[in-house]
Design a protein around this ligand. Structure first.
Ligand code: PMV
Length: 328
């Protein structure tokens, strides 16, 4: 089975699914060109695109969605510019504004469905399109989330010895995306319940790096991510845990922690080999590498501390059409 096969052509109605993601190393620094490691997780978003008789596109029964949902507007503009009005229904298991890739999974699943209904698309172009949607809606950011959602599995940006998947470009730079071997570990993520805007967090960190003369700090993030990509790739848990702790210190230093995140990290400590913020921070989620056999204990501790925990495994499948493969 070719997990990176192109999205084939279909006629409406089309249904697509794409996974969320969790960042292990390098968030924020990746925006400025440093390496990052992510994995697609088995929490997904499904998008169904149907013909409609209404005069305007509809998203989950909302006929004004194009006006106030920038992700929907940009997905339509890039994937359905000349098509007749459609109705889109989505179902998602990914908490929103949580740093777990809900917007990337929306962009990837909807872009895949639109592309199927307009002749199909290969993965490198789908990765670029999903990024273009997210970037236009958000204004800032890297293609890490959308590439993980399109590729599935573990992916590295700007680092690692793995097979190259594609290169994604924005006006100011491009990022090389590569496959990283799956060490077959289970992860636990927990949402703090504190929502935040990725764009605001990225702008705040960018300003802070500029004010501090950020080149040295960026190099520290880059070193941790480079070593982290290698450690995960060779299945070295001890080194991965050390590097996660170091990455967490760097995230605290650039100002993206939050008391609720600190509380979750403290609650996780007895049952985790390491834990850190995942994603933009300032709220959102943490990711923990559980002590083997203590996954349920870890989940209980995080829930008791007020988090919304999930045991996650990598989704080895990226964005795809439903009906073409066994359900997951
Ligand atoms: O949207 P989040 O919380 O997963 O943040 C993404 C990670 C950042 O590096 C902060 C931004 C980006 O686009 O890479």
């Amino acid at each position: 089975m070719d997990l990176l096969a192109p999205i084939p052509a279909r006629t409406l109605p089309v249904s697509a699914v794409a996974p969320g993601k969790c960042i292990l190393f390098g968030e924020h620094a990746v925006v400025h060109g440093a390496p990052e490691l992510l994995l697609a997780i088995d929490l997904t978003t499904q998008a169904v695109v149907l013909p409609t008789r209404t005069g305007a596109p509809v998203l989950n029964a909302d006929t004004d969605a194009r006006e106030h949902n920038a992700y929907f507007r940009e997905a339509l503009a890039r994937g359905w510019a000349t098509g007749p009005p459609v109705e889109v229904r989505t179902v998602s298991r990914i908490p929103r504004a949580a740093g777990l890739g809900s917007s990337a999974a929306f962009a990837a699943s909807l872009s895949a469905a639109f592309a199927a209904a307009t002749g199909g698309i290969d993965r490198p172009r789908l990765a670029q399109r999903a990024f273009d949607v997210e970037r236009a809606a958000q204004g800032v950011g890297s293609p890490g989330d959308t590439s993980a959602s399109v590729a599935g599995g573990y992916v590295a940006l700007n680092g690692g010895p793995g097979d190259p998947l594609w290169t994604v470009t924005a006006a100011e730079r491009s990022w090389e995306v590569r496959r990283v071997a799956d060490p077959r570990w289970v992860w636990v993520v927990a949402h703090s319940g504190v929502g935040r805007s990725t764009a605001e967090a990225v702008r705040a960190v960018t300003q802070r790096l500029a004010a501090e003369g950020g080149a040295r700090r960026l190099e520290e993030f880059a070193e941790v991510a480079r070593d982290g990509i290698a450690a995960v790739g060779r299945g070295d848990r001890v080194r991965t845990a050390e590097l996660m702790r170091r990455n967490q210190e760097l995230l605290v230093e650039v100002g993206v922690s939050h008391p609720r995140l600190e509380a979750l990290l403290a609650a996780a400590a007895p049952a985790a080999e390491a834990a850190k913020i995942t994603g933009a921070g300032g709220g959102g989620s943490i990711v923990a590498l559980p002590v083997p056999g203590r996954e349920t204990d870890l989940v209980r501790r995080l829930a008791r501390a007020g988090g919304l925990p999930f045991v996650v495994r990598p989704s080895e499948r990226g964005a795809e059409l439903l009906g073409a493969a066994p359900p997951r």
